[in-house]
Design a protein around this ligand. Structure first.
Ligand SMILES: Cc1cn([C@H]2C[C@H](O)[C@@H](COP(=O)(O)OP(=O)(O)OP(=O)(O)O)O2)c(=O)[nH]c1=O
Length: 202
């Protein structure tokens, strides 16, 4: 697709992290968030979860986007330990359980990204996986980390971009994927809907 950088990017997200990450691309964008139901059928695999929720978030914003020449971007992040899917914690006790499970082990962070090109309705959905190894944590350290408030709205109850960085020993894969928006993947997807970051065509 020929690039058309007059096309507006609409970020379908209430997440301040995603806003910060998207702004790194240096392209103008608008933010429209919606209250999307984040439940999925129990038989869904992690990649099905993040891909379907990313698309659901993007689709929810289509009516608000109206008839504009725009690309809507939706995204969803989950943490997966073995077969267990960890989303955002419901309370501090939930964070305690999650961090107790994650400490001393390697888990995977899945982020799904959906782009909807308007007005033509072209839909792209992709996902990335990053492996994260967390060091062993004592009960006291877990309590101290929860007391900072940082885990509250983060999948898996930690933020690699914050104090949670001190819990992470190793990552394999895209760092930005862990924070909630894999930028190299997004650049490639945007080029396929006509928005070029560094001059890439289609
Ligand atoms: C693992 C991890 C997650 N997170 C965040 C990214 C996401 O904002 C959040 C996962 O929840 P999501 O449901 O993916 O996103 P959200 O509800 O915050 O925002 P929206 O649906 O409106 O786009 O966890 C971090 O900020 N740092 C991390 O290290």
């Amino acid at each position: 697709m020929e690039s058309d950088n007059s096309r507006l990017i609409i970020l379908a997200s209430g997440s301040p992290r995603r806003r910060e990450l998207l702004s790194l691309l240096g392209l103008p964008f608008e933010v429209i968030s919606s209250d999307t139901d984040e439940s999925t059928p129990p038989e869904f695999t992690p990649e099905m979860i993040v891909r379907s929720l990313a698309l659901r978030k993007a689709e929810a914003v289509v009516p608000a986007a109206g008839k504009r020449n725009a690309v809507i971007v939706g995204s969803d992040t989950i943490v997966v330990l073995d077969d267990k899917v960890l989303g955002k914690p419901v309370d501090e006790q939930d964070s305690r359980v999650m961090l107790g499970l994650l400490q001393g082990k390697t888990h995977q962070v899945y982020t799904g990204v959906a782009c909807i090109g308007l007005p033509e309705g072209k839909i792209l959905v992709e996902h990335r996986v990053t492996s994260v190894t967390m060091r062993a944590l004592s009960e006291e350290e877990i309590s101290a980390y929860i007391a900072t408030g940082e885990p509250a709205d983060k999948a898996g109850s930690y933020a690699i971009q914050g104090l949670g960085a001190t819990l992470v020993e190793k990552i394999e894969g895209c760092y930005f994927n862990v924070v909630g928006l894999p930028l190299s993947l997004l650049e490639r997807m945007l080029s396929r809907v006509g928005i070029s970051v560094l001059g890439r065509q289609g």
